[in-house]
Design a binder for this molecule. Structure first.
Ligand code: ZN
Length: 250
């Protein structure tokens, strides 16, 4: 029962995140004001704002002008619903898992925004960092030393890379994401997180270069790789690290 509940809450939060992503940084209408079609400017009626369902019923087009609606709407909603269910499944009904859901929500905003505009909105990066720190303190196996070492590894290694690349490979926003997941994951977890981010980034980079004719020099947002790696490490990190240590000892 809770699975359905968290999925629906995730869908609704996702649809709110879509509003934030589309309207940021136009503060005046950021939260207030009805949603309008971005092509014909007609106000969208409430029954066309139901997460995912409305998109499917409308065939992905505006009811008024029949222009295509952005795929971002259903993708963000499903991602948010899916992550909420995953965190509930793995961490139960606890303050820790609720905070992880807040981490997921901020991650989705940063992920989408960075892909679209190669920029990480600072306010969401700070919110991610704050939610991650609170979540880390609520974690069942919290240890202050591991928290600090994790932050040092996650934020420090990325900070060095940003420094020596003069912000060409990644930017200051990525350091905040590294810090956030680092604090949350502890030392081993954050090493796994960084390794995963670079592996996923390299694989996606090669695929983009071969399939889409991107050049080696073309800019690629890095935060999506950090975020995917961070979420994998939160959910399955302990298992992966234990499995790896077992082999290392043998
Ligand atoms: Zn329209």
């Amino acid at each position: 029962m809770y699975f359905v509940l968290f999925f629906v809450i995730g869908l609704l939060v996702g649809s709110f995140l879509n509003v934030l992503i589309f309207r940021f940084p136009n503060y005046p209408g950021l939260i207030s004001g009805r949603s309008k079609c971005r092509h014909c400017q007609k106000t969208i009626p409430w029954f066309d704002l139901i997460p995912v369902l409305s998109f499917l019923i409308l065939g992905g087009r505006c009811r008024n002008c029949r222009q295509k609606l952005s795929l971002q709407y259903p993708l963000v909603e499903i991602a948010c619903g899916g992550l909420f269910v995953l965190f509930y499944y793995y961490f139960g009904l606890s303050a820790f898992s609720i905070l992880l859901m807040a981490v997921a929500a901020m991650s989705i905003v940063i992920f989408t925004f960075d892909i679209k505009s190669l920029e990480i909105p600072e306010v969401f990066a700070w919110l991610l960092l704050i939610f991650a720190i609170v979540a880390a303190f609520l974690a069942p196996n919290f240890s202050l030393a591991n928290f600090l070492l994790g932050g040092l590894a996650g934020g420090g290694i990325l900070g060095i890379l940003v420094g020596i690349s003069d912000e060409r490979w990644m930017g200051a926003g990525d350091i905040k994401i590294g810090l956030a997941f680092g604090f949350l994951l502890g030392l081993y977890g954050s090493l796994l997180f960084l390794m995963l981010a670079f592996v996923i980034g390299a694989v996606v980079g090669v695929i983009l270069i071969t399939c889409k004719n991107k050049k080696m020099s073309s800019q690629l947002a890095f935060s999506p790789f950090l975020i995917i790696a961070g979420i994998i490490a939160i959910i399955w990190g302990e298992r992966i690290v234990n499995w790896y240590l077992k082999f290392a000892i043998m």
